[in-house]
Design a protein around this ligand. Structure first.
Ligand code: CP
Length: 319
C-alpha cells in the first residue's frame, strides 16, 4: 500500500480487517517495522480519536511521531497553483509538502470540507496536493469527502459484534443544528457497499428527502425514506448527521423525530447503535441508547487504534 486515501487503495479488504483484529490481540508483534522511521500527523481541523489512536498505533509499530496543527502551529498553506500569494497563507503546499516529506516517511493529514464550494471540496485538493508533492505515502485522517480509517474501524466493529452471517446495517441521518461534512457517511457507504457486494452485509440508507449523498458514494445501496421502515430487522443502526449534498452545505431540516431512541432499538432486531463520535447527546441519540448495552460507540472508537495499525503496517511493509 503506497497511500491510504480511500477504499481504492485497499487490495484485500477481508485481510485488512483481519489484520486490525490481529493487532488488537497482539499489538506489539510488528514493533520492529517502524524502527528509525517517522510519521508526521498534520491537522487542519480538531480531533480526539484520530489524533490519539493514530499516534498510539504508530508507536505500537515502533514509529516516531511528529504532530502539527496546520495554520496554528505553522504557516497557513496555499493550495492553489499559480496564484499571487497575497492572502494570509504565507507558504505554498509545494514547498511545505516537499519539506515535511524530507522529515517524515509517512504523512497523515486531516482536512475537512469547507462546505462552501462542492466542486472544490469533492476535488480533494489538500490530499491530492500532498500526494503530489510530498514524495512519501499519505494517510487520510478524514478529508473533505472521506474518512476511511473510521470506516475500517467500523468494519472491524461489525465483524466483532455480528450474530449472523449477513447482518442488516442501516445508515441513518440524524438531526443537527449546524452543517456537517458528508465524509463519514460517504465513506461508510463506500465500505458497506463493498461488504454488501461480497455478501457480508445487507446495507440500507435512510434520510429525509434532500439529504441524498453523492451517487458515487451511495452506489447501489437501498434508500428508504421512512426511518421506522428502514430500522425493521436492523442488526446495526449507524447514526450520523450530514449536510445536504444537493443543496450543498445547507441544513434543510432539524426534525427531532430522526434522533435515535430506545423505540428505534426496539423496532430493530436487538440492534446495536454505532456512531463515529463525537456525538451530541439527546440531540442526535438519547442518553438511554448511548448508556445501554446496545451502544457500540466506545468499542468502535477503541477500534480506531487497530484500523490505523493495520493500515500503517501495510504502508511500512511497502517502504
Ligand atoms: N471519529 C473521529 O474521527 O473522531 P475525532 O474527530 O475526534 O478524531
Amino acid at each position: 500500500m503506497t497511500n491510504f486515501l480511500s477504499l481504492a487503495d485497499v487490495t484485500d479488504l477481508d485481510a485488512l480487517i483481519q489484520s486490525g483484529r490481529d493487532a488488537k490481540t497482539n499489538p506489539f508483534t510488528d514493533q520492529h517495522l517502524g524502527k528509525n522511521k517517522t510519521i508526521g500527523l498534520l491537522f487542519f481541523n480538531s480531533s480526539l480519536r484520530t489524533r490519539l489512536s493514530t499516534q498510539k498505533a504508530a508507536q505500537n509499530l515502533g514509529l516516531n511521531v511528529i504532530t502539527m496543527n496546520v495554520g496554528q502551529d505553522s504557516w497557513g498553506l496555499e493550495m492553489e497553483e499559480g496564484v499571487i500569494m497575497d492572502s494570509d497563507k504565507a507558504e505554498h503546499v509545494r514547498e511545505a509538502a516537499a519539506v515535511i516529506g524530507r522529515y517524515c516517511d509517512i504523512i497523515g493529514i486531516r482536512a475537512f470540507a469547507g462546505l462552501q464550494d462542492r466542486e472544490l471540496d469533492y476535488k480533494e485538493q489538500v490530499m491530492n496536493q500532498f500526494a503530489k508533492y510530498a514524495n512519501v505515502p499519505i494517510v487520510n485522517l478524514e478529508s473533505a469527502t472521506r474518512h476511511p480509517l473510521q470506516s475500517l474501524a467500523d468494519c472491524i466493529t461489525i465483524e466483532e459484534a455480528k450474530t449472523k452471517a449477513r447482518p442488516k446495517v442501516v445508515l441513518t441521518w440524524l438531526p443537527h443544528f449546524k452543517p456537517l461534512p458528508q465524509a463519514v457517511a460517504n465513506s461508510f457507504c463506500e465500505w458497506m457497499n463493498a461488504r454488501a457486494h461480497s455478501g457480508d452485509v445487507e446495507f440500507v440508507v435512510t434520510h429525509p428527502k434532500g439529504y441524498e449523498l453523492a451517487p458515487e458514494f451511495v452506489g447501489n445501496a437501498r434508500i428508504i425514506y421512512n426511518q421506522d421502515e428502514a430500522f425493521e430487522g436492523a442488526d446495526f443502526i449507524y447514526g450520523k448527521n450530514w449536510s445536504s449534498y444537493t443543496h450543498y452545505g445547507q441544513v434543510l431540516t432539524k426534525d427531532p423525530s430522526w434522533a435515535v431512541t430506545m423505540d428505534d432499538i426496539r423496532r430493530s432486531d436487538n440492534g446495536k447503535f454505532m456512531h463515529c463520535l463525537p456525538v451530541r447527546r439527546n440531540l442526535k441519540v438519547s442518553d438511554q441508547v448511548l448508556d445501554s448495552p446496545h451502544s457500540l460507540v466506545i468499542e468502535q472508537a477503541a477500534n480506531r487504534e487497530w484500523s490505523a495499525q493495520a493500515v500503517l503496517k501495510e504502508i511500512l511493509k511497502s517502504l
